[in-house]
Design a protein around this ligand. Sequence first.
Ligand SMILES: Cc1cc2nc3c(=O)[nH]c(=O)nc-3n(C[C@H](O)[C@H](O)[C@H](O)COP(=O)(O)OP(=O)(O)OC[C@H]3O[C@@H](n4cnc5c(N)ncnc54)[C@H](O)[C@@H]3O)c2cc1C
Length: 388
Amino acid sequence: MGVQLMSSPSERADVDCVVVGAGVFGCFLALHLTRELGLSVVVLEREGALLRRASYTNQARVHNGYHYPRSILTGLRSRVNSGRFLREYAECVDTTFAKYYAVARSRSNVTATQFEQFCSRIGAPLAPAEPHAQRWFDMRRIERVWRTEEWAFDADALARRMGADLAAREVPVLLRRNARALRSTAGARRLELEFEELDNGRTRAIAADHVFNATYSDLNGLLSRSGAPKLALKQEVTEIALVETPEEFRRVGVTVMCGPFFSFMPFPARGLHSLSHVRYTPHRSWRDREVEFDNQEFLRGLHERSNCPQMMRDSARYFPAVERFVQRDALIELKTVLPQSEQDDSRPILFHRHTELPGLVSVLGGKVDNIYDLERELAPLRATQPTP
Ligand SMILES: Cc1cc2nc3c(=O)[nH]c(=O)nc-3n(C[C@H](O)[C@H](O)[C@H](O)COP(=O)(O)OP(=O)(O)OC[C@H]3O[C@@H](n4cnc5c(N)ncnc54)[C@H](O)[C@@H]3O)c2cc1C
């Protein structure tokens, strides 16, 4: 269906849904709305391509449960979602490296036995690490090491695949459009979204029955510009370092659990390894409700110094070869977190219907394969659609 954009607010655009934000969540939403629910959809994105923000700037881990010994439900859900993600996006996932998890002897929130029990409860494969792999670690600081099954996704491949799926469904994706504000129209039955075309500075508007705010670190920006109350979200300025490893570790990933430790693993989109550290990846944080500034402007104004040297120094105490890693880049991005998920490390999705702007839904997911959790939330929408 062709989409009619409005040059004046009185004209009506013929579209059921607008999705703001073409990260992995916005793209999946748009596909689901059109493919499963038969709705007409337009996607609006500020960047010049799909998946350029948090969906690219992250550790690229396809979580398979191991990471969540403090939340069994998240671990179980992760196992289900990762299997499906691997099946449906196989060409976007690197499964060809060996992934090890280790538990530290001190300062760890789990013991090796507790970690084994947790993995057994969620059915996550765990085998003692091979002797050559055990020798990589400083076993005075590490209690036990296991070979696991965990993979990395290629954000560029995922962008290409989601773009092709959207094109096949003829879903218009309007790039370089900055969503500014929403308001109710037609006696609160429809929503009108005002946006700026960044290439020519023109302001346009589009009307729809439903608008999905899938803007991650700009969720509250769009809400407050629309006069709606902010959601209780925390923002963290984070750093994922990109490093080159010695040849021996090119096909290796390691995560030390569970506390102030580190993780490195292939980052397929760049042919490098990501390195993150629980203490040094977060640079600074705030709660949206406690600040007035615009998150995106604030991020653009930051000139963060990389914490990679500190990450490497501390990680090398457990895995001495990290000393020989060479830093190639640092990816700085805002991580948007639901405050309640900090208690138990769970990553539920937020699917918030705004009563003050009927038809508006804000969506936030804590990890990429959580996209599948959207389906349950979207099911009621099917019930409200007239049968053709
Ligand atoms: C440091 C870090 C490490 C992580 N590690 C992992 C991991 O290993 N595995 C994992 O599964 N998850 C990980 N995550 C979480 C994961 O990255 C996010 O859950 C996921 O990418 C969120 O997708 P999204 O589509 O909501 O956000 P985004 O990809 O950020 O998409 C939002 C889109 O909205 C657009 N947008 C924003 N405002 C506007 C506007 N006003 N108008 C138009 N467009 C707008 C943005 O340009 C962007 O493209 C990590 C996150 C971070 C920050």
